[in-house]
Write a protein that binds this ligand. Structure first.
Ligand SMILES: Nc1nc2c(ncn2[C@@H]2O[C@H](COP(=O)(O)OP(=O)(O)OP(=O)(O)O)[C@@H](O)[C@H]2O)c(=O)[nH]1
Length: 584
């Protein structure tokens, strides 16, 4: 603009040419600037607009350095960098470079700059063509970001994509696949290299799937890969073939997903379920609403439900599935009533569940109903699992049939208080009973009687027939006595061939009468090969001042009296009354 007057001095053709150039210069959408010694002396309207130069007369004062920020994105100082480019343009005639520019309003933008050295009659000047590439740059950045996001998403999903271009005969893997297959990044890939990475045991299957895909079948296969580090991974591959117009396979596009962790989890879970299924405890799992999701084999056997395999009950996509479980197990309330007797159901609802929900676990005893409706005692553990928000996620129960244990416990308890040969109570139990009887006597004055019974001449029975026969006599005698007692009467083996009876609410004459009846019963009974035997009996009643020792002593004395008086008789103490003569 500063030099356009010179056009008038030129010949006509040149003038026409110059006008054309001038028009092109003026209308160019690219910013064109001329400068010399660092000062701009001409520029086109596009440059004025780009650099927001309002007043063209300012141009002459404008230092080229003013159109750049002090430093470039690279961190270099703009003045030093630009000097280098200008020097290059001077020396070689041109210099192309990307440059961060700044307009007079202070907006910075990236640009492509082309510097040309123009050797004109009036001296050497530089022409700068500046193209604002901020939009392209923004697009490039957005594209780069999208690519990075995609890579990141693929990395998170452990997903890689590949293309097999049959026409060009090349396979392209994304970075993820190189990593998954443990190949050096950028290595040219062939089908052979891919197959080499596939686990040897899976190669045949993968090749068959690939061949089928070439014939149009969907390529969808899970197989293992063995990277050079030897850490076997499991991948899921999916692919799709693109066919050309003549039906020829052009290329195949596919994805590879590393599902090693998922597979490991799946395997572990299957193993755990297998363990759950092999235990003899009954295990159930319930969803957040309490509906039953799973019952292990032991539970199914106990309740007479159809057996189930792990895959019937669980799969990786759907989790637990209610396989062949009764309708009535869809809610917690129904489930509890379905499996437990009423008292246990109430205990679980009112105590067990509230405790488990509060503390995460409850353990205690309850009972189950077997398919015949019989009650089976069980020990039960209820565990409540919570999710990360503190909501109930699942409830598990572990139930153990303790009928055997209960039976043993009862037997042990019985053994502790009974004589193992005769089944009568033992001395220890009698000691407790006499204490209670004495306390009762003192408290309410009700009479309690004691009878001590000793077989006469038992030694010869053993000596003649052997100890086993002697034992049998003791057992039979116990039965005989037991059968003639009332419910509250108490029989214990005092020791050897001696038995003691405690008879609540019984006075002296009544006790005497019973003792006499027993004596006659024994004397008239035939004890197998032994034939008949007799017994001597002592009788007494508890006195308010008695202690166990004093009453037993009295009883012992009465029995001694009966023995001394010739055996096979009843003696009461005190007073000493013999009844043999009365009965015979
Ligand atoms: N078979 C058997 N015999 C027992 C058992 N306990 C004690 N005896 C026997 O009972 C007999 C008791 O004998 P003694 O105390 O001499 O009295 P007895 O022969 O019954 O004579 P008197 O009591 O004086 O009439 C002994 O031979 C003991 O071995 C037992 O559990 N089984």
């Amino acid at each position: 603009m500063a030099n356009h007057d010179s056009i008038h001095d030129a010949p006509a053709d040149d003038i026409a040419l110059l006008r054309r150039y001038r028009a092109a210069f003026t209308q160019s959408r690219e910013a064109i600037l001329f400068f010399q010694h660092g000062r701009i002396f001409d520029c086109n309207p596009a440059a004025l607009a780009l650099f927001r130069i309002q007043d063209p007369t300012q141009l002459a004062k404008l230092d080229i350095v003013k159109l750049s920020p002090p430093t470039q994105p690279s961190g270099q100082r703009s003045d030093m960098e630009s000097t280098a480019h200008i020097r290059l343009a001077f020396n070689t005639g041109q210099a192309f470079f990307d440059w961060q520019m700044r307009d007079l309003n202070g907006r910075e933008f990236p640009a492509e700059v082309m510097l040309y050295r123009l050797d004109l009659p009036e001296g050497t000047v530089l022409q700068a063509t500046v193209r604002d590439i901020s939009e392209q740059e923004a697009q490039r950045q957005a594209l780069l970001q999208r690519k990075q996001d995609l890579l990141e998403a693929q990395r998170i999903a452990r997903l890689g994509n590949w293309v097999s271009d049959f026409e060009r005969g090349e396979i392209r893997w994304c970075e993820q696949i190189y990593q998954m297959f443990g190949r050096p990044l950028g290595e040219p890939i062939t089908h052979a290299i891919f197959m080499q990475a596939v686990h040897p045991d899976d190669r045949e299957r993968v090749q068959a799937a690939f061949d089928a895909a070439l014939r149009g079948a969907p390529y969808d296969i899970t197989h293992r890969v063995v990277p050079p580090d030897g850490n076997v991974r499991t991948v899921h591959e999916r692919g799709q073939i693109e066919f050309g117009p003549k039906g020829q396979a052009r290329r195949m596009i596919g994805t590879v997903q590393d599902i090693t962790e998922q597979k490991t989890l799946e395997h572990n879970l299957r193993r755990l379920v297998a363990i759950l299924d092999s235990t003899s405890d009954f295990i159930t799992m319930h969803g957040p609403d309490g509906g039953m999701l799973y019952m292990n084999s032991a539970g199914r056997r106990f309740h007479g439900l159809p057996a189930a395999s792990v895959s019937d009950e669980w799969n990786p996509e759907q989790g637990w599935r209610r396989h062949a479980l009764p309708q009535a197990t869809r809610s917690i309330a129904e489930t509890i009533r379905f499996f437990h007797p009423e008292w246990a159901a109430q205990r679980i609802e009112q105590k067990a569940m509230p405790t488990a929900l509060r503390a995460g676990i409850w353990q205690g005893e309850s009972a189950l109903l077997n398919p015949d409706g019989d009650e089976v005692p069980v020990s039960q553990v209820i565990i409540v699992h919570y999710d990360e928000h503190g909501n109930v996620d699942q409830t598990s129960t572990m139930i153990r049939d303790i009928s055997e244990q209960k039976h043993l416990e009862a037997e042990l308890a019985r053994n502790a208080i009974t004589d193992h040969l005769t089944g009568a109570f033992n001395r220890k139990r009698f000691d407790e009973e006499i204490e209670k009887a004495l306390a009762r006597r003192r408290r309410n004055g009700v009479s309690t009687a004691l009878i001590l019974l000793d077989i006469d001449h038992f030694k010869p029975v053993n000596d003649t027939h052997g100890h086993d026969v002697g034992d049998q006599v003791l057992v039979e005698l116990t039965q005989l006595i037991q059968n003639s007692l009332r419910v509250p009467d108490f029989l214990a083996r005092w020791g050897g061939e001696e038995f003691v009876l405690l008879l609540p609410d019984t006075g002296m004459s009544e006790a005497h009468y019973l003792a006499e009846r027993l004596r006659q019963l024994i004397a008239s009974h035939r004890f197998g090969v032994v034939g008949t035997i007799t017994a001597s009996l002592g009788v007494t009643i508890l006195q308010p001042t008695d202690c166990p020792h004093s009453c037993i002593k009295r009883l012992d004395e009465a029995l001694y009296g009966a023995k001394h008086a010739g055996r096979n008789q009843v003696i009461g103490a005190p007073p000493i009354i013999s009844t043999r003569d009365q009965v015979h």
